[in-house]
Ligand binder design. Structure first.
Ligand code: PHE
Length: 353
């Protein structure tokens, strides 16, 4: 025989269940408020638990089962309701926000990101010089990023370029995010025959982050290969290019430097655009800004792509686009480019043409 208390519990659960079902069917109350009403600290279920306490010991297990069964029923229903509400919210959002493509364009909306604007100017300058645009993979094999560029597997210069490796077990050699745009030199030379006169802007990746370094940044590579190309040609082109971007009063100097894929190799310094050589915080008091790496393509690189290094020669140089944009637009922290902060970006009202 069931005690009165247990019968009362069964009855209350039955009533609560009916009430709960009619509530969710009517849809008048928000799901969350139903949840609080039944499952909250002072909710209906808690008062059922109180009745449970008053049951005689031998009926407690059965009473407990009834209450837990009811609790599971309620929480499952609420979860289901929540899911339905979410998907109908999404469909409502989608139907409310449909875009009318026939509306006239508001030409005051949106601007080019400063990096993209810088890239655009670089593209125009190279086109004026007769260089053609090239592209290349951002995820590449070690061969293109290092090996063919005269970095042997244990070459210490690899350490200068903190590399992101991609975990690709099916690949026969390391796969990586390119650390520079110089991989495009190799792709281009393997695809074409000289004369070559190309430039290639693009994203590059190094495991590095501070005010002047972000893990993703942009470079532009230039490569010219023919039968009679000199270091002086390279210097003239770099100077013309920088004057086109930063103004006619630009002066440069070349310092010897080491990159395994060029010989001789150098670094290009531009007289500081801010202080004009007097010395300021941008140029750290030196009056000069380091802006590019350059040099004559190493014979080993020409041979790696099957060119006759006795017959062909050429130069390559690489600029940091983010660095150029920082100098051009007076930006002190390169990380700001990638924070998507509207206040920062709206300071560059460079509207789409
Ligand atoms: N790839 C070099 C770097 O990222 C720059 C460079 C390009 C140097 C072409 C020489 C020639 O540092």
């Amino acid at each position: 025989m069931k005690t009165e208390a247990l019968l009362k519990l069964e009855q209350s659960i039955g009533e609560l269940k009916k009430e709960f079902i009619s509530k969710i069917e009517s849809g008048a109350q928000k799901v969350d408020s139903i949840r609080v009403e039944y499952m909250g600290k002072k909710g209906r279920l808690t008062s059922l638990l109180e009745t449970l306490v008053s049951l005689p010991k031998e009926e407690k297990p059965e009473g407990g089962k009834l209450v837990t069964g009811f609790r599971t029923f309620i929480s499952e229903k609420i979860e289901e309701l929540k899911k339905n509400a979410q998907s109908s919210n999404i469909s409502k959002l989608l139907s409310d926000s449909c875009v009318d493509v026939s509306l006239p364009v508001d030409s005051n909306k949106g601007s080019l990101h400063p990096i993209m604007h810088m890239k655009q100017e670089i593209i125009e300058a190279f086109h004026k010089l007769g260089f053609s645009y090239c592209d290349g993979p951002e995820v590449d094999f070690d061969f293109y990023n290092f090996q063919a560029l005269n970095f042997s597997p244990d070459h210490p210069a690899r350490d200068m370029q903190d590399t992101f490796f991609v975990d690709d077990k099916s690949a026969s050699e390391p796969v990586l995010l390119r650390t520079h745009t110089s991989n495009i030199q190799i792709h281009t030379m393997l695809d074409r025959t000289p004369p070559i006169k190309i430039f290639a802007p693009g994203r590059t990746f190094r495991c590095d982050s501070d005010v002047t370094h972000t893990p993703m940044f942009h470079q532009v590579e230039a490569l010219m290969i023919d039968q009679a190309i000199s270091f002086a040609d390279m210097k003239g082109i770099i100077l013309w290019f920088l004057r086109e971007i930063f103004g006619q009063d630009v002066t440069i100097r070349l310092r010897p430097s080491y990159f395994p894929f060029v010989e001789p190799g150098g670094e290009v310094d531009m007289r500081c655009v801010r202080c004009k050589g007097e010395g300021c915080n941008i140029c750290k008091g030196t009056g000069w800004l380091e802006i590019a790496g350059c040099g004559m393509v190493h014979p080993n690189v020409l041979e790696a792509v099957g060119y006759d290094s006795e017959r062909y020669m050429g130069f390559a140089f690489g600029f940091g686009i983010d660095r150029m944009a920082m100098l051009k637009y007076d930006i002190s922290d390169s990380r700001m480019f990638y924070e998507g902060d509207k206040n920062f970006l709206s300071q560059f009202p460079i509207f789409l043409k």
